[in-house]
Every structure is written in structure tokens, then in C-alpha cells.
Design a protein around this ligand. Structure first.
Ligand code: SOE
Length: 385
């Protein structure tokens, strides 16, 4: 008889993120056997029943629902995982918290700062465990970057630079809205690349380098009108296709961020580089097991960028995987987030970023969009401890 405690998951939404999270729940017991809690795939919910059933069969969910309110009302669900489009995050999360369920929410927390604040208030009032899936923090090389920065090896930090580049919306005939394309409909997504891609960069940046104080941004919508899949009409495009901003961090460093869906040749190029007085770090999602590190205190004849292949058991998370030299992938960042969430239930601590912490990222996103529309610098009001 297993003495594990069950965490019964109710997953809402079975798109791309539903798959990444489900894979996380399934893999954790194999690779993190010491955890007290084990996820149980209790129910999956989608409006289309056939789709929900196919997903349940594929991933091993015990039951299906077609109405998220019914899923939340069930006594046999402990945690609600929100993988639906952004316009539903707030309503579902608030209802789940009011029902006393733990809430895991896909990023971005919501479409707007106001919605996000309501979600924070709801989980805090209910006192339920919560987390937002900013998965890139849990790629071992990125977690190692955090440790290196915390050790003080970089010295005073002067620059933080990040990119998130894609090219999937260049085709002007691509419609907006509806199945598979809700990210292009501002009323559903909230924004374009700012909430979808820069939110990742901002989350990582503030985790590694502290609060962003103020921002100056430019956005562009290259294709102004697109057919809307749901209305069948050609409609104005409301999302930002590209966004560039610079900023001041609280620690005095300068930040430079760029994101676009119009960088031909790039599918998901997420990179960051941090330059300190003594050392620099850089990372690239395309080579995610590698962290590059330059240390100015190295002997001058040997000095240069080190290429650290982050696969050793002493490096973050890697004792759970294979043997030194053998890498892991994108999906492992989600497995690590499930493991950290379960661990947080054991210790009673938070699983970062909580809704409250993810609210700070929303503040920056909102300031970026306001700055772009008003063509002026905006304070973010962020306070990351
Ligand atoms: C968009 O294409 C997307 O899937 C984002 O929604 C994810 O958050 C990002 O990690 C990869 O790109």
C-alpha cells in the first residue's frame, strides 16, 4: 500500500498547454519518487466532449466534463489547472478559489492588470495554494544562472538583454480568433507578443535581476486587418505583433527587450544576456542545456566564454535525470514545476511565481502597452523582493 497523498487534478482546456501540464503530472512520480504527494489525473474539461474524451484517453484522465463550473464543484478535485485562453483565466480562477480549490494557472495570469488583481485577491482571501506556469525559470541552466547571480559572481549588474522571436503570423491571410488562433484576437488574449512572449522574458528578468522600475516601449501591428474565424468578417487587428522596450531596473541596470512574431526564420528564439562588472551570463532556448559564462577574473591567457553543459547531478534538477552529459528538454521545465508545486504542499511554502508574484509581471506588461500608446515613459509600480 502506498502512503502517498493524492493531489487530484482537474485540468481545464486541452490544447498545447494542457498537454505540457499533463505530461508533467504523469512524469513526476517516476522521476521525483521521494515526494509525498502524487498527482492523480482525475478529470479533464473541454466544451467539445469528443475532444475531451480523446484527450482523457491519450493522457489517462479518469473522467471528462464539458462545463468547467461542474468540474470546480466536484468534491473529488483538489487542484484546478487552467489551460484555457486568457479571457477565461480570471473567472475560472476566482470560482475555483472560492470553492476552496488550489489553482494552477497558465501564463499570462490574465488579460489585464485589473483582472489579475482580482485573481490575486481571490486566492489570498481563500488561502489556497496557487502558482503561475512561468516554466522557463525551471530549465536547469536558467536556475543555475539564478544561483550564479545570487552568489555575487557577476558583481554590479549593468545590462539585461532579452529576445523572444517567432515568425508564425507573417502570412497576411492567416485569420484571427477561434480555434488555434485566439492568441491573435485582442479581446481574448489581452495583447499580442507583450502578454504572450515578453511576459516570459519579464518574469525571468525580474526573478534574476529584480524589479523593473520604468519602461519606454514601441509596439507595431504590421497586418492591420484579418478575417475573424468566428464572425467570418474582416476585422481590425488589436494585438501588438511586435514590441520593443527599454527600462531601468531597481538595481541601476538597463534592460532591453524585443519580441515579435515577424522575425522570419525564428520559431521560438528566447535568449537573455546579463552583463556585470566582473562576469556575464547568456542563455538560448535553442540550446537550453547550455549556460555561457564569462569570468573576468580568469587567468588572462585562458579567459573566454565558458560553455557550461548543464547536465551534472550537482546542477539544479539534474540529479533527477540521466547521467552527466545527457540533456533534457522543454517539457522538463513543466515536470519541474509540478515537482516544485508538490514540494511546496509538503513544506507549506509558496510555489513561485505565485499569483501575487505574477501580478508584478502584469504590471510591467501593462506599463509597456501604456508607454507604447502614449509614447512616453511609464513607471511600473513593481516591487519584487
Ligand atoms: C506562443 O507561440 C507560445 O506557445 C507561447 O504561448 C508560450 O508561452 C511560449 O512558451 C512559446 O510560444
Amino acid at each position: 500500500m502506498s502512503n502517498k497523498k493524492e493531489l487530484r487534478i482537474g485540468l481545464i482546456g486541452c490544447g498545447f498547454m494542457g498537454r505540457t501540464h499533463s505530461n508533467g503530472y504523469r512524469r513526476v512520480p517516476n522521476f521525483f519518487p521521494a515526494l509525498q504527494y502524487t498527482p492523480v489525473l482525475q478529470a479533464v474539461c473541454a466544451r467539445n466532449e469528443a475532444k475531451a474524451r480523446a484527450f482523457a484517453d491519450q493522457w489517462g484522465y479518469a473522467s471528462v466534463e464539458t462545463d468547467w463550473k461542474k468540474l470546480i464543484a466536484r468534491d473529488d478535485i483538489d487542484a484546478v489547472d487552467i489551460c484555457t485562453p486568457n479571457d477565461t483565466h480570471a473567472e475560472i480562477a476566482i470560482a475555483a478559489a472560492e470553492a476552496g480549490k488550489m489553482v494552477l494557472c497558465e501564463k499570462p495570469l490574465a488579460r489585464t492588470l485589473a483582472e489579475s488583481q482580482e485573481m490575486v485577491d481571490a486566492v489570498e482571501k481563500a488561502g489556497v495554494a496557487n502558482t503561475v506556469w512561468y516554466n522557463y525559470r525551471r530549465i536547469p541552466a536558467v536556475t543555475l544562472a539564478k544561483k550564479i547571480i545570487e552568489s555575487g559572481k557577476l558583481g554590479q549588474i549593468y545590462h539585461y538583454r532579452a529576445n523572444f522571436l517567432q515568425d508564425w503570423t507573417i502570412n497576411a491571410n492567416l485569420p484571427q480568433g477561434g480555434e488555434g488562433l485566439w492568441r491573435m484576437d485582442a479581446s481574448v488574449a489581452g495583447s499580442g507578443v507583450t502578454g504572450d512572449l515578453l511576459a516570459h522574458c519579464i518574469d525571468t528578468a525580474m526573478w534574476l535581476n529584480g524589479s523593473i522600475k520604468d519602461v519606454s516601449a514601441v509596439t507595431e501591428t504590421f497586418v492591420k486587418e484579418r478575417m475573424h474565424q468566428l464572425t467570418g468578417k474582416v476585422e481590425k487587428v488589436g494585438i501588438d505583433d511586435a514590441c520593443v522596450f527599454h527600462c531601468h531596473f531597481e538595481n541601476g541596470s538597463l534592460g532591453l527587450f524585443e519580441s515579435t512574431r515577424y522575425a522570419r526564420g525564428h520559431k521560438a528564439l528566447y535568449t537573455f544576456e546579463i552583463n556585470g562588472a566582473n562576469a556575464s551570463i547568456r542563455w538560448d532556448l535553442h540550446d537550453l542545456n547550455r549556460l555561457e559564462f564569462f569570468d573576468n577574473s580568469d587567468e588572462s591567457t585562458l579567459r573566454g566564454w565558458r560553455s557550461i553543459h548543464v547536465t551534472d547531478g550537482e546542477q539544479p534538477y539534474m540529479d533527477k535525470w540521466w547521467v552527466p552529459g545527457l540533456g533534457i528538454g522543454y517539457e522538463h521545465s513543466f515536470i519541474h514545476q509540478v515537482a516544485d508545486f508538490l514540494q511546496s504542499l509538503e513544506t507549506g511554502g509558496p510555489c513561485k511565481p505565485t499569483f501575487k508574484e505574477a501580478l508584478e509581471t502584469q504590471k510591467v506588461c501593462e506599463a509597456v502597452l501604456e508607454s507604447a500608446s502614449s509614447k512616453s515613459w511609464k513607471d511600473t509600480g513593481v516591487n519584487v523582493c
